[in-house]
Design a binder for this molecule. Structure first.
Ligand code: CAA
Length: 255
């Protein structure tokens, strides 16, 4: 199967498995990613790790061969499908970690940008090269990249289509960290830095940050006040603050 969804310990692991085409995204693969995300939403996973099969690529983007034969309405439907599936990932109840283990171009980088966090192996190379094909990004890249790296850097990447190394990606904040070793293990180790905390409270934190990006600061502060009040009402807030006072480790129940 070109999209494999498995479980490793407390994590769901989604692997793009089409290494002969550098894990390029056909429509079918995008639909399968959407179904896999629905499965993760129903599961007990505490985070989702996403990576690509093989040693060369995370994902080389939309399947260019498939793109070529489309009429305009099929192109629009394709963009809307990719956007909808990646938005579902962006708003998934648990955090996602894309481990970019090689090339992440076009739709591949857009998949990583829709993930909560991005890690890169040393050999990773990323970019939005659509301009070289006479295209522009269509799966959220023009919207999410500037929110991550700022307008000028995003426009430079989109308008030149140039390739960014793992070191540069880390320097400009496009990836959180450069990692060594097995990509899934690296993703799990990163996720374990937060998955021991209360899942609903982690959700409130993500929601406060995400929603605030789309509204003026005064509106964002209202969102923060509401969500921090919701967090305050959880059993986990009572436990966390009690554990502090009692000088012991908190034992959260996700409630
Ligand atoms: N679509 C379809 N097939 C692809 C592909 C893609 N995006 N990327 C690579 N492949 C296929 C190649 O055609 C090749 O298959 P064949 O052996 O059958 O010819 C196989 O994967 C291996 O690729 P290369 O021989 O090209 O490998 P390389 O190591 O020489 O180069 C690469 C690697 C630099 C990533 C190069 O493959 C490349 O430039 N790929 C295209 C990257 C790209 O432009 N992505 C953007 C796509 S458009 C998009 O994503 C729009 C959007 O916003 C959603």
């Amino acid at each position: 199967m070109a999209v494999e969804l498995g479980t490793r310990d407390e994590f769901a692991v989604l692997t793009l498995n089409r290494p002969e085409a550098l894990n390029a995204l056909s429509f079918k693969i995008i639909e399968d990613i959407g179904r896999a995300i629905d499965e993760v939403a129903k599961s007990k996973a505490r985070a989702l790790i996403i990576t690509g099969a093989g040693t060369k690529a995370f994902c080389a983007g939309a399947d260019i061969k498939e793109l070529r034969n489309r009429d305009l309405s099929a192109q629009k439907r394709g963009a809307e499908l990719g956007q909808a599936v990646f938005s579902k990932l962006d708003t998934l109840s648990v955090a996602s970690v894309a481990v970019i283990n090689g090339y992440a171009f076009g739709g591949g980088l857009e998949l990583a940008l829709a993930s909560t966090f991005r890690l890169a192996t040393k050999n990773a190379k990323v970019g939005l090269p659509e301009i070289k094909l006479g295209l522009i990004p269509g799966y959220g890249g023009t919207q999410r990249l500037p929110r991550v790296v700022g307008e000028a850097r995003a426009l430079e990447m989109i308008m030149t289509g140039r390739t960014v190394t793992a070191e540069e990606a880390e320097r400009i904040g496009l990836v959180n960290r450069i990692v060594d070793g097995d990509p899934v293990e690296a993703g799990m180790a990163f996720a374990r830095e937060f998955t021991g905390f209360s899942l609903p409270v982690l959700g409130f934190a993500r929601s406060a940050v995400k929603r605030a990006l789309d509204v003026p600061v005064p509106e964002g502060l209202k969102i923060e006040a509401d969500l921090s009040t919701l967090a305050f009402q959880t059993k986990d807030a009572a436990e966390g603050t009690a554990a502090f006072e009692e000088k012991r480790r908190a034992s959260f129940v996700d409630g």
